[in-house]
Design a protein around this ligand. Structure first.
Ligand code: PYC
Length: 420
């Protein structure tokens, strides 16, 4: 007589349990909204969750609420192309993003959650003498700051990316590239979930579907926030709202020099792994990496007009396909599965806005343009230190809002992934 396989080994049983999520522990809890918190963080994306996590983990500040008008990770944190790198142009930028790379390197262990950080290397292609010169400049600044980056030629590029057309007779010949071995990709949802879970375990309350509709400022200082679920008093509000940062700051009467543009991205059907490194071409306005599942993830520059729309467009798809095929003609038959958009708050100098504002108790972590996700850990760590100590950490001192009035811009346009 054939013995029945125990239920735990039945494939259907496993699928069934997975689909109904039975017996899975909650990663974070739901709560009633309290009347008062020591700190209110607006935005449950990677920046807000990381700030809340480090407030609790590094400083013992646990009476913290993270409020989000939608769902956790539903803004830029779930819409980016998950590229991590620190090969910036200014010493301030390189130091800042390098700290983030280092935090990403140990994030899975810190949060006890697999964030799938994969340091597969990052290549920024140069198709003309001007970009090659900028790559050399970046390589020098990177090296001076102890960050691994070098300019390599077409033969070495072909060794790293065998499917790329590096011949001289293409329309946009590849003259060289900035190669940054510590760069790579991470699983962005896992980073959001890992920080949420870690913050929740330390006592932070995460409130989804809780929109801040007003910030109560009296006598020049924050007193509380008005939400769609009632009033909450607090002496400290940290805005971590990516594409909406100028609108949220306006609730406190603070004006940010930001213009908001959609950024579109797309993903293909999965194929066998063939692309190890992340490849970026500023001239062709495209970047591509292959996920562990085998999909190719593509992104482009921001849409040329300011908008709060997160709909994809056919123009984007057409331009993207044209540019990608200049680089990798052999993937012409791959099918695109999905496209989407996120919102980018562009500042005049392509650096973020972090720190205090003229309103006491209202702190900003915004202006993230197209480079916010990679900065989540370091921003969270630095904003938490600022809230807890009242002092601006050296690492973010250059990114204060006052730099625009004082003419101390931190020009990072030369290190943006693509032209805008
Ligand atoms: O700055 O690395 C970057 C980036 C990738 C995608 C958009 N920006």
């Amino acid at each position: 007589m054939r013995r029945r396989r125990p239920a735990t080994y039945s494939a259907l049983g496993l699928v069934g349990r997975g689909l109904t999520h039975r017996d899975w522990p909650r990663a974070w809890r739901s709560h009633d909204l309290r009347d008062a918190y020591d700190v209110v963080v607006i935005g449950a994306g990677v920046h807000g969750l990381a700030a809340a996590y480090y407030l609790a983990a590094n400083h013992g500040v646990r009476n913290v609420a993270v409020l989000d008008k939608g769902y956790l990770g539903g803004g830029g944190s779930g819409r980016n192309t998950a590229i991590i790198r620190s090969n910036y142009l200014t010493p301030e930028g390189v130091r800042f993003y390098d700290r983030s790379v280092r935090l990403y390197e140990r994030l899975a262990a810190e949060l006890n959650f697999n964030v799938m950080f994969s340091q597969r290397g990052h290549l920024t292609l140069a198709h003309n003498d001007g970009s090659l010169r900028t790559m050399r400049w970046r390589a020098e600044v990177n090296r001076l700051e102890g960050v691994q980056s070098e300019v390599i030629g077409p033969a070495e590029i072909a060794r790293l990316v065998p499917f790329m057309d590096v011949s001289a007779d293409t329309r946009y010949p590849i003259l060289g590239a900035l190669y940054h071995p510590p760069g790579g990709t991470v699983r962005h949802d896992a980073v959001n979930w890992g920080y949420a879970r870690g913050a929740d375990a330390l006592g932070v309350q995460i409130h989804q579907n809780t929109e801040v509709v007003g910030i109560d400022v009296r006598d020049g200082r924050v007193r509380g926030v008005q939400t769609n679920r009632g009033y909450v008093s607090t002496p400290t509000v940290v805005s971590c709202t990516a594409g909406w940062s100028s609108l949220v700051a306006a609730l406190a009467g603070v004006r940010l020099p930001v213009s908001t543009h959609p950024l579109q991205a797309a993903v293909t059907e999965p194929v066998k792994m063939f692309l190890e490194t992340v490849v970026v071409s500023g001239t062709l306005h495209v970047y591509v990496s292959q996920t562990d599942r085998g999909e190719l993830v593509f992104g482009a520059s921001t849409d040329p007009y300011p908008s709060y729309s997160t709909r994809g467009s056919l123009e984007f798809t057409e331009e993207l396909a044209g540019h990608v095929l200049e680089l990798m003609p052999s993937i012409a038959k791959l099918r695109l599965l999905r496209q989407w958009a996120g919102l980018c708050d562009m500042t005049p100098d392509f650096s973020p806005i972090m720190g205090a504002t003229p309103v006491e108790g209202f702190l900003v972590d915004g202006g993230w343009g197209t480079y916010g996700f990679k900065a989540g850990p370091v921003s969270g760590e630095a904003m938490a230190e600022l809230v807890a100590s009242g002092r601006t950490p050296e690492l973010i001192a250059a990114f204060g809002l006052d730099r625009f009035a004082e003419g101390r811009l931190v020009g990072e346009k030369g290190a943006a992934a693509v032209g805008h």
